[in-house]
Design a binder for this molecule. Structure first.
Ligand code: HEC
Length: 326
């Protein structure tokens, strides 16, 4: 009896081998269950998907609770609690019968859900309650005319955030990474009046959020651009996640040529146009944290200048000593 079963067992093993049966899952084929494939074509990458889908999951959940990666392919999982995450369910449903999310299906869904899932501050007043009056003395501020908009922009970053991120560097070659909660404001000026405000706020998952406000201080879905408005956030990502260099940052500290909407310039004192620092940091081209402005370059140039007239703080002096800026 026993021997007979052993014989059957051996025959079954042989059959399994010949017929290609295997209990091991095929390594090429992920167990995606009823997940749908994401095929954005347009610049699909881990950081782009992390930005969009990380935006849906931020209550301590990780990206892998919604996204599966297999080789170069990405899949969106079927939401476990559709009533709790209606926006995620709507995105999943947008894949349709072919179970494939393409850009035309993905873009309107992520855009219309964005401010809700990110719980965007509804007005500049609510941002002021969190950040205080940006542009004031606690902020590092400079103006520029560049390629993001035809308006002149006034950029403000909290000095404490900037200093803290620079204190993490061990050399000027290190990437400059900002902490969670850091905010950078870009106010669009028309004859000195603020007509639009854009802000980037660092999330807990290392990505930044992009928000825009109109002249009345209310949240808006787009900002003005010469031909078509720029849609938040899907058209903000293009430049901020790409590697194209823009003027006047690209030529800084040399002057940039004017563009179709006029002068392109970084309006700062000459002492902040430190060619050595600009070259070593290479801040705009490196854009270590998807940041395109020249905050570290200009701020460190300013600290260096103030250190010579005994106007820099001890922390600032320690910083330039450690980074050997002289
Ligand atoms: C045409 C390319 C381009 C697009 C599109 C774009 N930006 Fe920018 N952005 C820049 C450049 C260049 C800078 C740095 C210089 C400046 O602020 O003008 C910048 C800077 C910023 C800053 C300050 C932080 C930083 O990186 O220096 C914020 C905030 C910002 N952009 C928000 C947005 C938002 C919101 C959108 C979408 C509505 C957007 N951007 C779309 C090019 C772009």
């Amino acid at each position: 009896m026993h021997a007979t079963w052993q014989k059957y067992g051996i025959i079954l093993v042989w059959m399994a081998l010949f017929m290609g049966c295997s209990t091991k899952p095929d390594a090429q084929k992920p167990d995606i269950g009823d997940a749908v494939e994401i095929q954005l074509a347009k610049g699909q990458s881990e950081s782009i998907l992390g930005f969009y889908l990380g935006g849906y999951v931020q209550n301590g959940d990780s990206l892998s609770s919604v996204l599966i990666q297999s080789g170069a392919n990405w899949y969106l999982k079927r939401p476990l609690n559709p009533t709790e995450t209606p926006e995620l369910q709507a995105l999943y449903d947008a894949a349709g019968a072919d179970q494939m999310l393409n850009w035309e299906e993905f873009e309107p869904m992520v855009r219309s859900a964005y401010y809700t899932v990110r719980n965007a501050p509804r007005s500049l007043d609510s941002l002021r309650q969190t950040y205080g009056e940006w542009g004031g003395p606690d902020w590092f501020v400079y103006e520029t005319a560049g390629q993001m908009t035809a308006f002149r922009r006034r950029l403000s970053i909290c000095r404490a955030d900037l200093l803290r991120s620079l204190e993490q560097l061990t050399s000027l070659k290190d990437p400059i990474i900002y902490e969670k909660g850091a905010a950078i404001f870009g106010e669009h000026l028309d004859a000195g009046k603020v007509v639009e405000t854009t802000v980037m706020i660092k999330r807990s998952d290392t990505y930044w959020d992009y928000f825009a406000y109109g002249a009345d201080g209310r949240l808006v879905g787009s900002i003005a651009k010469r031909e078509d408005p720029l849609l938040v956030p899907t058209q903000c990502i293009g430049c901020h996640y790409g590697n194209r260099a823009f003027e006047p940052e690209r030529s800084f500290p040399k002057d940039a040529k004017p563009g179709p909407t006029g002068e392109r310039a970084v309006y700062v004192p000459d002492a902040w146009k430190n060619a050595d620092l600009a070259k070593t940091l290479n801040e705009h081209a490196k854009r270590s944290d998807h940041i395109l402005g020249l905050y570290a370059t200009l701020y460190l140039s300013d600290v260096l200048m103030r250190s010579k007239s005994a106007e820099a703080s001890d922390r600032e002096l320690n910083l330039i000593a450690k980074l050997v800026i002289e």
